[in-house]
Design a protein around this ligand. Structure first.
Ligand code: PEP
Length: 247
């Protein structure tokens, strides 16, 4: 059985009411009955807006982060159950920008994945090495360590997650991993997950890092690349739709 690919847009801290309206309408109209799953992960204040805009379409809704806590005195945090109330299907956890700028450790990312799963939200768990780590020959060690924390915390639920391999040096830089470089890491992540669950074939492993209309087809043709997490190119309907078409 071949599983449907997933193309998820990560808007990061971009958008406003007017531009979101135009973008979501254009994506929903252009994708029609897409052959893959499509989601947009939007800034939290716009979840309600995008939930309404996507109603009756195939477009799914995602958040960019989730709290490790269920509720309580955690100012500024947003719980998984709150996201769920707004129709959120996916939550990105452990994006490299959160690891880098907000000091999120592997264990925190693992707890976030757990909190999402407990609320019925699919975490999109990001892993990836920095340029310095790649050049030091540490890619495998780093992504396996990041993945191991999530496997350890989530036990048999691990088959419910989505993984995104996002080499940090390729995010927002215009520098993409070659299909072969990406496939190599995807294959080793798949092997690591296989050792943790008999249901490994359920798990989608996305590639992220300067994916665009020009390089998507070659990346998505790799045997272990099950979709894309798309930043910059998800903000332009034409580009995002071309990636969706490639999937
Ligand atoms: C991302 O932010 O997850 C990402 C992959 O960004 P970009 O596509 O812009 O490199």
């Amino acid at each position: 059985m071949t599983k449907k690919k997933l193309i998820a847009g990560n808007w990061k801290m971009n958008g406003n009411l007017a531009s979101n309206d135009a973008l979501v309408r254009a994506i929903a109209k252009g994708m029609g009955d897409a052959a893959c799953h499509v989601a947009v992960c939007v800034p939290a204040p716009y979840l309600a807006q995008v939930q309404m805009l996507r109603a009756g379409t195939q477009l799914e809704l995602g958040a960019q982060d989730v709290s490790t806590h269920e509720q309580g005195a955690y100012t500024g945090e947003i719980s998984a159950s709150m996201l769920k109330e707004f129709g959120v299907r996916y939550a990105i956890v452990g994006h490299s920008e959160r690891r880098q700028y907000h000091g999120e450790a592997d264990a925190t990312v693992a707890e976030k994945a757990k909190a999402a799963l407990a609320a019925g939200i699919t975490p999109i768990v990001c892993v990836g090495e920095t340029l310095a780590e790649r050049e030091a020959g540490k890619t495998e060690e780093v992504v396996k360590r990041q993945m191991a924390a999530v496997i350890h915390a989530n036990g048999h639920c691990i088959s419910e997650i989505v993984v995104a391999y996002e080499p940090v040096w390729a995010i927002g830089t215009g520098r993409t991993a070659t299909p072969e470089q990406a496939q190599q890491v995807h294959a080793l992540l798949r092997a690591q997950l296989k050792a943790a669950t008999a249901q490994v074939e359920r798990i989608r492993i996305l590639y992220g890092g300067s994916m665009n209309a020009g390089n998507a087809a070659a990346l998505l043709a790799q045997p272990d690349i099950d979709g894309g997490l798309v930043g910059g190119a998800s903000l332009k309907a034409v580009d995002f739709l071309q990636i969706i078409a490639a999937a």
